[in-house]
Structures are given as C-alpha cells and as structure tokens.
Write a protein that binds this ligand. Structure first.
Ligand code: BEZ
Length: 222
C-alpha cells in the first residue's frame, strides 16, 4: 500500500458513522468550557466552518442564527467549531453583530488543538487547506450520531435542509415511519414496507394507508 493511502486510511479510522455513539469532548467555547455530555437529552447540530472572518462562513453563521429559534423549539442546540482561537471567535461574532446587526447566540468551539476536528473527521486529507470543512453532525438526545453532511469550502450550506432533516429524524423516531424525497412537515410519510407476503396482502387493504403497490404506501400523520 502506498504511504499516502495508509495516511488517508489512518485519518479515516474510527470516524463517527450514522448510528454510532458521538465522540465525547470537552472544549473551550465562546460560552465557556463545555462538554458534549452537557447536551444529553437535547438534539445537537455540531457544525464546523473553515475559518473566522471569511465571507461564506459569515453568511452561514447569520443563517444558522436565523433558524436557531426554530431549532430550539425542536429541542435542538447549535454548536459551531473551527480551528481558531476563542479570541478570534469573540472578535468575529462581535464584528458580525456590529457590521450585520446579527447577534450570534450559540456557542462556538475554539478547536485550536484539533481535538474535536480529528475525532469527527472534519479535516479533509485531500484538501490543500488544513482548516475544517463545512461538516454537520446531527446528534440525538442519547448522543448517537444520526446524520452527517459534508460540504466543500466553496459552498455555503442550506438551512432549510438542516431544519427539514431534524424534522424528518424526529418524525421518524416518533411515528416509526420514513419520509420521502423533498418531504416537508405536514406532508404524507412512508409506511415501512411489509415484511411478509401476508402483511403485504393486508397492507393493501388497510384503512388510512394509500398504497400504489404493497411496497409503496403512504399515510397522513394525525
Ligand atoms: C469563506 O467562508 O468564504 C471561505 C472559507 C474558506 C475557503 C473559501 C471560502
């Protein structure tokens, strides 16, 4: 195996995957020292950005702040991160408030020693830049990783999709259903496919469920 391949393999080993426990950490943030375990019982969106005082990141921070009240109504907390000092974070969020009139209310991790970035695989070995990519980890109230999104440095993230993802995960957990492409809260959901031939027959006749065929059934949530 080439040295470069071994390096990439080592960096990727032990990275969180959907369904695995979220790696624990204790970090300095703009709101003081926090531990991931402080968030047990809440959903958490842990997101990284490449660097403070950069334009795309500034738009993302303001956009995250805009959806923060809606996220909190969904028992979801935001936790930002980059490999910058806490003083840089403080200066940047103050600047965002002064220049754009947006007060950033969620904590931002100063991951200077890259502890969290390495645990979560936020640095891309193939990128020329060693800053963190635009990663999003959705962590559930039991501190299990439930979704992971990675975006490149050049593309700002879509907040509607992040909100939609939280609503989808919470709906799935509460009702034991799945959500179709482009689903929005209030729309019909997908009923889990029948597991036996007998269930398939019954499913087609069940009231309150609309089936195109035995494996493709939707229903309204009451
Ligand atoms: C930005 O946030 O504007 C940015 C950060 C790193 C690389 C490219 C763009």
């Amino acid at each position: 195996m080439m040295n470069e391949e071994i390096k990439v393999q080592e960096v990727n080993e032990g990275l969180p995957r959907i369904g695995s426990p979220a790696p624990q950490f204790e970090s300095v943030t703009t709101h003081g020292t926090i531990q991931l375990s402080d968030y047990k019982g809440s959903w958490v969106i842990l997101f990284s950005h490449p660097a403070d005082f950069t334009p795309v990141c500034t738009t993302e921070f303001m956009a995250f702040q805009e959806i923060y009240p809606q996220l909190r109504e969904l028992n979801t907390e935001l936790l930002g991160l980059s490999i910058d000092s806490v003083h840089s974070h403080i200066a940047w969020v103050r600047n965002v408030e002064e220049k754009f009139g947006v007060k950033i209310e969620f904590p931002v991790i100063a991951d200077l020693n890259k502890d969290v970035a390495m645990k979560y695989g936020m640095i891309m070995p193939g990128e020329s830049d060693t800053s963190t990519s635009r990663a999003v980890f959705v962590i559930d109230p039991n501190q299990v990783v439930r979704a992971i999104i990675y975006y490149p440095l050049s593309a700002g993230r879509n907040m509607d999709e992040i909100l939609r993802l939280i609503e989808s995960l919470q709906t799935s957990d509460e009702h034991g259903v799945a959500t179709p492409a482009n689903w929005r809260k209030g729309e019909k959901v997908i009923v889990p496919p029948a597991a036996t031939q007998e269930m398939a027959e019954e499913r087609m006749k069940e009231e309150g469920i609309e089936c195109v065929d035995w494996y493709f059934c939707k229903k309204e949530l009451k």
